[in-house]
Design a protein around this ligand. Structure first.
Ligand SMILES: [Ca+2]
Ligand SMILES: [Ca+2]
Ligand SMILES: [Ca+2]
Ligand SMILES: [Ca+2]
Length: 550
């Protein structure tokens, strides 16, 4: 990308922002709709006197709902537990939403992550391990948690099953949100996953030769259910389909929540994904030559989640028929991938993503030069909607027409998200996520210097709203806070939906999107900023710019 051209373009806009948003000739002003002018249907607020009869009109509930259109212009403090301001931690101790770091002393460390432990729809902050502070039992008897909505300054204990505090497991046995550890001659694997489907992630051990339960990973997984205040002290034995306990599958055949293994001359791929939209993850095998027939070609093997295990009997989840003369023999041999076709010159990609908002992941082919259809990745994505027993016939999910013309390259949107250069050597960034909170995936373009008159990344992101059958052809603008424009910040300061960048001084800043209110609209979190911003970020607080209607 030609940095000098970009900075010159943005310098013009920045200088004009300073004198009251007067934009130069040829630039279209932002049309940010004031939310206060558009009451939500069903409210009981009187409208303005629009018919000028000197009466304030009664709200007849005919108003259009305000569609979320950006992040708030000003930030709120997002307070962090006070412990992390202590000198035993490095500066900006929590500089990212999840991570692990070494203590200020240079030895020892701490591990933290975010997950909605109590199931209220907002992620909580969890400290899994910490040898910098005074709590040496973290990861053994409990994790420390700052629950969203609770006292942000305080950490409360989240109980771990007592078995993990005993000598059967390694010290600080559960020292992260997930992990694989050995202890002497035994080993274990753990993850957080809501296998019970009640909205609260459970502690799942798909492999464990350290504890008392035999055959974990072959006949059962150990599940410590989330009670809302900790994990149950006793494991529930989560039933696995009987087929996996016998040859030709290897011992502990399902020794992780997802994986790829071979056994002799056969092999299989499995993952834990909710295929039928009941919020309970199912066991899915997109490839299996050990126990299945036509898996990856005709169907995927799905063992539905029964709430206490995976069903004993598999459902064959139908795949669309792809011409074996043009595509590999097992075209969909994983839940996502890119493959070369038999002619060695063409290829195609696929992924699982719910594009029509029914909570069932759809099979999306965003790129395909193997088949006879043209325009995949340019004018449309091919979608096979997830139905009752499999993926349906091909449908064209229409892409915004702007991406079909130069200076965008051929197959401009060849994946669900990506970063590419355009024909003019500049570039663009796109992703597929629901910004507007209606449950439909939107096309978000946080950076684009390929020809737009007004470029995203500093004042707005380009948004092509998802309709469930397409992305709208007309772009709208998702407003960004102006706090990052000018000063020591680079041009297009928010050039991704998350990122970390250096400033023109020695500083750096890190941002991400996450829904901090549970309304389905992502908020913008600034977790560290040493460029020109608040030096305390990452120690005592983060900053939150609320996503909504402004
Ligand atoms: Ca929560
Ligand atoms: Ca659960
Ligand atoms: Ca399910
Ligand atoms: Ca769907």
């Amino acid at each position: 990308m030609n940095k000098s051209i970009v900075s010159v373009r943005f310098a013009g806009i920045f200088s004009e922002i300073g004198v009251g948003f007067t934009l130069g000739v040829g630039l279209t002003p932002l049309a940010l709709v004031g939310c206060q002018d558009k009451p939500v249907p069903g409210d009981d607020t009187a409208d303005a006197d629009t018919d000028t009869d000197a009466d304030t009109d009664t709200d007849a509930d005919t108003d259009t709902a305000c569609v979320p259109n950006g992040f708030s212009a000003t930030a709120e403090d997002f307070l962090l537990p006070t412990a992390f301001s202590d000198d035993v931690y490095p500066d900006h101790a929590l500089q990212t939403a999840s991570g692990s770091r070494v203590c200020a002393s240079g030895t020892g460390g701490y591990v933290w992550s975010r997950s909605d432990l109590d199931g209220d729809g907002v992620e909580d902050l969890i400290v899994h391990y910490d040898s910098c502070g005074s709590d040496s039992t973290l990861g053994a008897s409990h994790w420390s948690v700052a629950l969203a909505g609770g006292d942000p300054a305080a950490l409360v204990a989240w109980a771990l099953p007592s078995a993990f505090a005993s000598g059967s497991y390694a010290a600080n046995a559960l020292n992260g949100a997930s992990g694989t550890r050995t202890f002497g001659s035994c080993g274990y694997v753990w993850s957080l996953n809501d296998v019970s489907g009640d909205g609260r992630p459970d502690l799942v051990l798909p492999y464990d030769t350290c504890g008392d339960t035999p055959n974990v990973g072959a006949t059962t997984w150990e599940v410590y259910e989330n009670t809302g205040a900790g994990f149950a002290d006793t494991a529930t034995e989560w039933t696995l389909p009987a087929a996996f306990a016998a040859a030709p599958y290897p011992g502990a055949a399902l020794n992780s929540l997802a994986g790829t293994r071979t056994a002799g001359s056969c092999g299989y791929v499995w993952t834990t994904t909710d295929m039928d939209g009941d919020a309970r993850p199912d066991l899915v095998l997109p490839y299996d030559t050990c126990g299945g027939t036509g898996v990856g070609t005709d169907s995927w093997t799905v063992y539905p989640n029964t709430g206490v295990g995976f069903a004993a009997a598999a459902t064959a989840y139908a795949l669309p028929a792809y011409d074996p003369a043009r595509y590999p023999a097992t075209p969909f041999n994983n839940t996502s991938g890119t493959r070369t076709c038999p002619d060695s010159a063409t290829s195609f990609s696929w992924a699982l993503s719910d594009l029509n908002g029914d909570a069932r992941p759809d099979l999306v082919v965003p790129f395909d030069t193997c088949g006879t259809e043209t325009g995949v990745g340019t004018s449309s994505w091919r979608v096979h909607l997830n139905g009752a027993a499999g993926f349906g016939a091909a449908q064209a999910f229409t892409l915004p027409s702007a991406f079909a013309a130069s200076p965008y390259p051929a197959d401009a949107l060849y994946a669900l998200s990506g970063t590419r250069t355009c024909n003019t050597a500049e570039g663009y960034v796109w992703s597929t996520q629901d910004l507007t909170g209606d449950g439909l995936a939107d096309l978000v373009v946080p950076y684009d210097t390929c020809g737009a008159a007004l470029e995203p990344g500093s004042r707005f992101w380009k948004l092509y709203a998802g309709t469930g059958a397409s992305f709208e052809d007309t772009e709208s603008q998702w407003a960004l806070p102006l706090a990052f424009t000018g000063g020591a910040y680079p041009s297009a300061p928010l050039n991704g939906t998350s990122g970390s960048r250096t400033c023109t001084n020695t500083g750096y800043y890190t941002w991400q999107t996450a829904d901090e209110s549970g309304d389905g609209v992502p908020d913008l979190l600034l977790t560290v900023d040493t460029c020109a911003g608040d030096a305390g970020l990452g120690d005592s607080k983060w900053l939150k710019y609320t996503g909504g209607c402004w």
